[in-house]
Design a protein around this ligand. Structure first.
Ligand SMILES: Nc1ncnc2c1ncn2[C@@H]1O[C@H](COP(=O)(O)OP(=O)(O)OP(=O)(O)O)[C@@H](O)[C@H]1O
Length: 234
C-alpha cells in the first residue's frame, strides 16, 4: 500500500500540495486527474522520494519513504512524463534490462522479463534498436517497459499515454489491468479519462494542490465536469 498522510509541500514558499491524504491499496487502480499545475506530478514524485514532504508522511508498505529510500525505489516503479530523463543505456534491450540486472537476477530471468515487458508495449523483438533513433512515442513505450520489467509491487505513471498510438495504448492498458488484478497497486495521472475509467477502482481529482474528489468512477464522473479532463460520454 502507498499512503499519503497529510502531505504538504511548497516550492519556494508557494504551496503546491496542501494536506493531501490518500491511499492506494494493493491491487487498487487509482486514476489521478486535475488541471495543469494542480500538483499531480509533485504528488507522484513523493512516492519514491524524489520530492520529500515539508510536513506529513508518505509510506510504502508501512515504511516512510524518507526512512528507506532503497526499499521505496525497489517496490515502486515510476514512469515519468519525460521519458528521455529516464534512460540509462543506448539500446532498448540494455535499458529495459538495467533495473532487473540491478536486482541481481539470473540472465535468463532478465531476458525473459525484458522480452515480456517489450511485448506489453508492442515492441517485441526490438531489443537491439538504439533509443535515440526511436520516435517520441516509442521512447515512451521503452520507459514503460523499463518499469514493468522491474515487476514492482506498485506502479506510478505520469501521463503514460502521451504520444502512444492506439494499439500501444490498448496493449499497455490491458497489461495494467492484468497487473492490478494480480495485486499491483497502480496510481496513474492523466488528463484523459476515456480509456481508464472502466479499469479504475477510484478516481482522485486534485485542485490547487488539494484532493477535491476521491470516489468511485461513476460518482466521480458526475463531479468531474468542473475539471479540465476528458471524460467518456455516457
Ligand atoms: N521545480 C519547480 N520549481 C518551482 N515550482 C514548481 C516546480 N515544479 C513544479 N512547480 C509548480 O508546482 C505546481 C504543480 O506542478 P505539477 O507539475 O505538480 O502539476 P501537474 O498537476 O502535474 O501539472 P500538469 O498537468 O501540467 O503535468 C505548478 O504551479 C508548478 O508551477
Amino acid at each position: 500500500m502507498i499512503e499519503f498522510r497529510s502531505v504538504t509541500y511548497a516550492f519556494d514558499d508557494v504551496p503546491v500540495l496542501e494536506d493531501v491524504s490518500l491511499t492506494i491499496g494493493d491491487g487498487e487502480f487509482v486514476v489521478l486527474a486535475g488541471a495543469n499545475g494542480s500538483g499531480k506530478t509533485t504528488l507522484l514524485r513523493h512516492c519514491n522520494g524524489l520530492v520529500t514532504p515539508d510536513s506529513g508522511t508518505v509510506l510504502v508498505d508501512g515504511t516512510p519513504v524518507t526512512e528507506d529510500l532503497v526499499a521505496a525505489r525497489s517496490s515502486v516503479g515510476m514512469v515519468f512524463q519525460h521519458p528521455r530523463d529516464q534512460f540509462v543505456a543506448a539500446t532498448v534491450g540494455a535499458d529495459v534490462a538495467f533495473g532487473p540486472e540491478n536486482l541481481g537476477l539470473e540472465r535468463a530471468e532478465i531476458d525473459r522479463r525484458v522480452a515480456d515487458a517489450l511485448e506489453a508495449v508492442n515492441m517485441a523483438g526490438r531489443e537491439d534498436e538504439r533509443i535515440d533513433h526511436l520516435s517520441g512515442g516509442e521512447q515512451s513505450r521503452v520507459a514503460i517497459a523499463g518499469a514493468l520489467a522491474m515487476a514492482p509491487t506498485h506502479l506510478v505513471l505520469d501521463e503514460p499515454f502521451t504520444g502512444l498510438d492506439d494499439p500501444a495504448r490498448r496493449s499497455v492498458l490491458s497489461r495494467l489491468e492484468a497487473l492490478s488484478e494480480d495485486g499491483t497497486g497502480i496510481l496513474l495521472a492523466t488528463h484523459d479519462l476515456r480509456d481508464v475509467l472502466d479499469l479504475a477502482d477510484r478516481v482522485v481529482a486534485m485542485r490547487d494542490g488539494a484532493v477535491a474528489i476521491d470516489d468511485s468512477p461513476d460518482r466521480a464522473l458526475e463531479a468531474l465536469s468542473d475539471f479540465e479532463v476528458r471524460v467518456p460520454e455516457r
